[in-house]
Design a protein around this ligand. Structure first.
Ligand SMILES: [Fe+2]
Length: 397
């Protein structure tokens, strides 16, 4: 940290603290990255004389944050249109199912003390990364369907596909995405070294049991290290339970010391865990999970990585044609109340037949909740005029 006069501040500086009381400045937050001249002008006008900034030679980390910020900005302005191709859906679904099987086999081998098949994981990781690079939304969308029971295996794969998707959005090179996916698949492998009674206990763990559970991180790391994995390949494995404020484990690292892979790992691990159904609790709805996680930013998770993740979870503007988890086609109508669970108009049945349009609120709590799988290319789909009339009315008020 370095104290400098406000007039010396530069774009890109990370302000850690203002040398003024919170009530004495127009700034809601006293901790931010100076993104433009406007912020500098505002600082000068506010009468604050000195600020504390992160030392400029720590630029590597600032650069990393800047890159993320720039991509978020670019994404906000120019949402890329990547559609689910309905014809690709079935093979991808099959691949996902098969992948869960592979992960399950590899992980169960670890539990049984058999030879660890790292090549199976590497081949799978390469495949997932390649699909992500070709069509970033496909597997992530399938991961959202969560139709399997084997939590640990499915969770491992979901973390890998979400991480892969984030890696693609961050424009990481394919080689790095592959490392991310590999590490994502294996992030919880240490759980195979935790006794099953503790791992699957349908109640709160005792302190002692929790300590054993926590040890899955170190146990997994050491196991993979012995199997020939490099430090880089193990970042998600060893850092996915670290928290930005230093309250995580095993090393209690702070945000600035957690790698980008570790930050991504924590966000996708938490998101997938709280939105999945478990023996003892039902998964939270995405909108609720996002809201809750937002309250954890900076404290537990890195805000920028989280914002980036949210922009990738799927907020579809009104008028987007979407595939629902029931295989029905619908158009997004009113997004004003719950952008992640909008009101839609369903116009095609699960068998692809035209039906009389049904207005449906996706946020409505029901036993079998319908979810958006992803956007569909509108080119070859004919939408009855009356559907548009309904949507227009909806958005008039
Ligand atoms: Fe874990």
């Amino acid at each position: 940290m370095k104290k400098i006069p406000v007039k010396d501040i530069k774009i890109g500086d990370k302000v850690l603290k203002l040398d003024a009381g919170w009530l004495d400045t127009p700034f809601l937050k006293h901790n931010f990255v100076v993104k433009d001249q406007k912020t500098i002008d505002k600082l000068i006008k506010s009468g604050v004389e000195y600020v504390y900034i992160e030392k400029r030679n720590e630029t590597e980390k600032i650069k990393e944050n800047e890159i993320i910020e720039q991509v978020i900005e670019a994404k906000k302005e120019n949402l890329p249109k990547e559609y689910l191709e309905l014809k690709d859906l079935k093979p991808s679904f099959e691949l996902y199912k098969k992948s869960v099987e592979i992960v399950k086999n590899v992980m169960e081998d670890v539990r049984a003390g058999k030879m660890f098949d790292s090549s199976a994981v590497k081949i799978l990781a390469d495949k997932i990364a390649d699909i992500t690079v070709a069509n970033k939304s496909l597997l992530t969308n399938i991961a959202k369907l969560k139709t399997y029971d084997d939590y640990t295996f499915q969770h491992s794969l979901n973390v890998a596909t979400f991480a892969s998707s984030l890696g693609k959005l961050l424009n990481l090179p394919v080689s790095e995405i592959k490392v991310l996916v590999n590490s994502g698949i294996l992030h919880d492998i240490g759980k195979m070294l935790v006794p099953k009674e503790i791992l699957n206990k349908p109640a709160k763990l005792t302190d002692e049991e929790f300590a054993i559970m926590k040890n899955h991180v170190t146990a997994g790391y050491e196991y993979l290290k012995k199997s020939g994995f490099t430090e880089d390949e193990l970042k998600i494995v060893v850092e996915h339970h670290e928290r930005a404020d230093g309250s995580g484990y095993p090393r209690g690292l702070k945000d600035e010391d957690i790698s980008i892979a570790g930050k991504i790992g924590a966000v996708v691990d938490i998101y997938d865990a709280i939105t999945s159904d478990r023996v003892y609790h039902k998964g939270m709805y995405p909108s609720k999970a996002i809201k809750l996680m937002f309250s954890w930013t900076d404290k537990h998770i890195n805000k920028k990585v989280f914002e980036f993740f949210v922009s990738n979870v799927g907020i579809y503007p009104a008028g987007t044609i979407v595939l629902l988890s029931t295989n029905e086609l619908a158009i997004v109508g009113d997004v004003s109340k719950k952008p992640l669970e909008p009101v839609v108009v369903i116009f095609k049945s699960h068998t692809g037949q035209d039906i009389a349009p049904i207005t449906y609120d996706l946020s409505k709590p029901t036993v079998l909740k319908k979810k958006i799988v992803g956007p569909v290319n509108p080119e070859n789909i004919k939408i009855p005029d009356e559907v548009y009339t309904i949507i227009e009315k909806m958005n008039e008020g």
